[in-house]
Design a protein around this ligand. Sequence first.
Ligand SMILES: *Cc1c(COP(=O)(O)O)cnc(C)c1O
Length: 431
Amino acid sequence: MNYYSLNNIAPNTTFETAVIKGLAPDKGLYFPENITALDPSFFDTIETLSNEEIAYEAIKQFISPEIPEAVLKTIVSETLNFDFPVVKLTDSISTLELFHGPTMAFKDVGARFMARCLGYFNKNNSNEVTVLVATSGDTGGAVANGFLGVRGVRVVILYPSGKVSNIQEKQLTTLGQNITALEVEGTFDDCQDMVKKAFLDEELTSKMQLTSANSINVARWLPQMFYFMFAYKQLKNKYKDIVFSVPSGNFGNVCAGMIAQKLGLPIKHFIASNNDNNVVTRYLKSTNYEPKPSVQTVSNAMDVGNPSNFIRIQAIYDNDFNTLKSNLSSFSFTDKETKEALEEIYQTTGYVADPHGAVGYLGSKSYLTTNKEAHCVFLETAHPTKFLDVVESVIDIDIPLPEQIKAVIDKTKVATAVNNYTEFKAFLTQL
Ligand SMILES: *Cc1c(COP(=O)(O)O)cnc(C)c1O
């Protein structure tokens, strides 16, 4: 599959180059040249297939022929060695648990998939690739874990000091080897800006091969389409109108769901559930797309002021506002509402959600008020333990620490303080 730049200036390129470069030379995001729907029989019989078979069929057109079939099958099965259960909460709401991977957030799948693709492309390459990642919390841990020990790949993670949870910080600062964490005095947007600046800095890019493992990278972004298929497989015989409520920050996850729908997955509608960083909620109301600086919330992985994948969503709908609006609703919720929802979910169903899932739950409820026949599935994008302080402040229980968390909680943080682009560049130059 070839990819084109959404800025339409850079030449089209292969999957391999799109993964290695991250962003096109004209600074546009890469997008597949074409998307061919799968045979309807695939979805009719999806419950007879394993997750690995589903994922392989779904992704292969985007990757072949650059990664041979057998290698791609191995990459897929190594990526997906954990469960994706749907848990029913009420007659009209279920949750899809995406937190059973090594860092307990949904980004594990994209990070593991991308790491293995890059490892494959690098196997005969003596030049190191440096992966730069700005994280609002979960990406850093998932990428650090996914890329740990991958040959020829060095990972540099920037995170906003004091704005990620304690467990998130441990997950991205304690691995060592080819992983380095930089602690930035600032916000996630500051981290993201520094990464973007580095990609545009010819003095740097002439010396080192930089790439991104944020969802702008096609190998991080596309595998997220699997979730929606795994959920459909579990729900297709129970409900007719399946609607996904996706807690959204950079909008990579919901955008990948829309690709699954393009492939023919029978999804009725999407809900982008936002916290106070609600540029898309406002856009769908007003038709004005007005990014604002991010504000800090209790669902910090969604604290994104200007979602990088929104341009891909617009490409999917040929930039037509009304078509997009007929397939996507968006609601936004305050921290107070999010905490009340955590409590409500627990009191009414016994389920302990995390703050991101709680925002997804609220989006489901808002949608259901006018669409009573739908069955809403909100994505539980992280395990509640990752946001213990918030969860335990509203629900009076002790959540036992999962094994994945126990493994990092007592390790010593190693991070280098970086306060501005000059310091960041100096750090990269001496690597
Ligand atoms: C990254 C993340 C999100 C937002 O996903 P996007 O693809 O950026 O919209 C939501 N919840 C959690 C827990 C995350 O880590």
